[in-house]
Design a protein around this ligand. Structure first.
Ligand code: FAD
Length: 468
């Protein structure tokens, strides 16, 4: 059992100004509340403060700082590195904070940080509006937005953080600040990719885009031998494709679902996932050449609700999945890169492991690099090696982690730096500096010095203040 580092006096003091639940070891609900999405992470916080509103967040921050506790911040709990739970720490959990106010006339939504993308999309889609959201509906809006925000709509609407208009932030001093283009604009800049380094965001206001409620999308499933030709084709086609075409290409295993012929259950396949946000007829025309080269054995691309596409992949990574992830930007898909991708796609260590290729470009590439904390805008492709498994034994873990690491080693000469840190299990100063580059990192350090000089918010992809 972890030593409890919060005294009864400190707890009583916090409880006097806290409306949500405070959970310590032994309390009902503690065992469940200490777990995050990644089932590999097994940590025992000293206290989990489940916040019901902004005042709870402020009280928890002040308590943590006053009593010298490590503070871990959690919203959707999907960080692969498991930053949302920490041995001996005070976990400030915003997941109960789920208010959302959609204003169709101004095409904006003000959303509390505890919402998942499924909850957010449901509210905005009632008005035919959306912002780029995560590809799993269970992911939290908070960590995803602060770390960049990639999704099927990104080629049309940009990254999620590109649509962030303002945020309410509780600082390390427990104060509440607004970050917008008029107030603390440099803080807003830092929140667009700088992660949870500058404070705890209690609510986000987004500009919404007219999308849905129906789109033309889904997955085409091909046999793996179609992968090289399809990737070669997509390499050229996506370079000039309309922004309305969001896409992913994936080495996966066919799920044991009723819509899959039984003889194909768990068989390795090559999938092309599509999100077309324009007119259906136009989408059919745009997809025709992809269909021709991919020769799908199952073609499930059809008119469907945007929210259905957003939850289509959820079954591939339920809460408690064990995970290790690698990702990088690829400046191109040359013959040698395609050969490597096909080889590693074929050697996936288990049916849940996935190798995804995502074309970027479109609206992502049109944002000036000075506008957000994210440096790289012009990468045409990203790969995501998602080693996912469920068995708790070490052999399975080692096979999965080994596969992702070997793939990353093999592809290293073909990548460019700067991949957004939300995508990977990698941690450490070097990785963080590499992602932002020296100039941008220096600007982020200056921002950190102003808003969190003592590095209260350090359980994250950390930007260290100059004093550290
Ligand atoms: C199954 C799965 C699918 C994913 N799909 C995508 C995808 O399609 N696109 C994509 O871009 N990413 C994706 N990701 C990565 C995801 O964006 C990151 O894991 C992100 O951090 C998750 O945010 P969260 O709020 O759920 O996580 P949490 O673990 O709660 O938070 C992650 C970190 O963000 C910071 N943070 C969280 N909440 C706050 C807050 N309110 N204020 C300040 N800082 C905060 C903290 O540093 C925290 O440690 C996926 C991850 C998983 C596991």
């Amino acid at each position: 059992m972890t030593e409890t580092v919060i005294s009864n006096e400190a707890l009583a003091e916090l409880a006097s100004s806290f409306s949500g639940a405070l959970l310590r070891e032994g309390d009902d609900g503690y065992e469940q509340a200490r777990m995050v999405w990644n089932g590999q992470i097994d940590r025992r916080p000293a206290l989990i403060a489940r916040c019901s509103g902004v005042q709870d967040v402020r009280a928890a921050v002040r308590c943590g700082v006053q009593h010298g506790l490590d503070i871990a911040v959690r919203s959707g709990a999907h960080a692969a590195q498991g930053y949302g739970t920490w041995d001996g720490a005070l976990v400030i959990d915003l997941s109960p904070m789920k208010a959302i106010d959609v204003d169709p006339s101004s095409q904006t939504a003000r959303a509390q940080a505890g919402l998942t993308w499924g909850e957010f999309d449901k509210a905005t889609q009632e008005h035919g509006l959306a912002v780029t959201g995560g590809r799993f509906s269970t992911t939290g809006i908070a960590g995803l937005t602060l770390g960049s925000g990639s999704g099927w709509l990104e080629r049309r609407c940009g990254l999620t953080s590109d649509s962030l208009l303002s945020a309410e932030v509780v600082t390390a001093a427990g104060d509440l600040l607004t970050a917008s283009k008029d107030e603390n604009p440099d803080l807003l800049w830092g929140l667009k990719g700088g992660g949870g380094n500058f404070g705890i965001v209690t609510s986000f206001t987004y500009h919404l885009h007219a999308i849905g409620p129906m789109i033309y999308g889904g997955m085409m499933v091909s046999l793996p031998d179609r992968a090289p030709a399809t990737l070669r084709f997509l390499r050229d086609y996506m370079a000039n494709a309309p922004d309305d075409l969001g896409l992913g290409a994936a080495f996966v295993s066919a799920p044991p679902e009723p819509f899959v012929p039984e003889e194909m259950h768990f068989a390795p396949v090559f999938g092309v996932i599509v999100c077309w946000t324009g007119e259906v007829e136009e989408g059919e025309r745009v997809l025709a050449p992809i269909r021709e080269v991919a020769r799908p054995v199952m073609d499930m691309v059809q008119p469907m609700p945007y929210v259905a596409l957003q939850s289509m992949l959820d079954g591939g990574g339920p809460h408690g999945t064990r995970a290790y992830m690698k990702a990088e930007f690829l400046p191109g898909l040359g013959e040698e890169v395609i050969e490597k991708l096909v080889r590693h796609g074929a050697s996936r260590p288990g049916p849940m492991a996935q190798l995804l290729l995502e074309p970027m470009g479109g609206a992502i590439a049109r944002v000036d690099t000075s506008e957000t904390a994210l440096g790289v805008r012009d990468a045409p492709w990203a790969y995501h090696a998602l080693a996912l498994w469920q068995e708790p034994d070490e052999a399975t873990e080692s096979a999965h982690v080994g596969w992702a690491r070997e793939l990353a080693r093999d592809l290293a000469p073909d990548t460019t730096s700067g991949v957004y840190l939300n995508f990977t299990s990698d941690v450490g100063d070097e990785r963080v500096r590499d992602m932002y580059g020296p100039e941008r990192y220096a600007k982020l350090v200056a921002l950190k010095d102003r808003h969190d000089p003592n590095n209260v918010f350090h359980l994250n992809q950390n930007i260290r203040p100059s004093s550290a």
